[in-house]
Design a protein around this ligand. Structure first.
Ligand SMILES: [Cu+2]
Length: 166
């Protein structure tokens, strides 16, 4: 009888431990992050372009970057890959080409040193998002779509300014 009681206690302890650890991993992976600002981007109709070719945020703030894929053509899959550098053509093209090489399994997001963060790939009609921390250094940062062929025209600039309203 005492033996059974011990087993019950151990089981109870394991259940408690299990719950505790799953709760803490949920908290770190998602909802506990405070978002300072939400930025929403769209494609321009069914073109290989963003409707919003620039937006402004503040250094170090936590941004939720939302992409609403309002395109209707079935071939218009898009994402938003934010760069940690200026949107110079050579960087956009290098990341774009590397994205093609990365392939569908990696959702066309390459392991490139210029990639700061990226949304998942969005089908037409789908909304995706990513939450990330803006670099501390004010300046111009590029973003582009890395779906094959889109990087040639689908890009924009994230301005980082101490006072984003100016
Ligand atoms: Cu695209």
């Amino acid at each position: 009888m005492r033996h059974l009681f011990t087993i019950t206690l151990i089981t109870f302890a394991l259940v408690l431990t299990g719950c505790g650890s799953s709760e803490s991993s949920d908290a770190t992976s998602s909802s506990s992050t405070t978002v300072d600002r939400t930025v929403t981007l769209h494609p321009k109709k069914n073109l290989l372009k963003y409707k919003e070719t620039e937006f402004t945020v503040a250094p170090g703030e936590t941004i939720k970057l939302v992409f609403e894929n309002t395109a209707t053509s079935p071939s218009m899959l898009h994402n938003v890959v934010v760069l940690n550098t200026e949107p110079k053509k050579e960087v956009l093209w290098r990341v774009g080409e590397a994205g093609v090489a990365a392939g569908e399994d990696q959702e066309y997001v390459p392991d490139d040193e210029a990639v700061l963060t990226a949304t998942p790939m969005a089908d037409p009609g789908e909304t995706v998002s990513v939450t990330f921390t803006v670099p501390e250094e004010p300046g111009a940062y590029g973003y582009l779509c890395t779906f094959p062929g889109h990087y040639v025209s689908m890009y924009g600039t994230m301005h980082v300014r101490t006072d984003p309203s100016t």
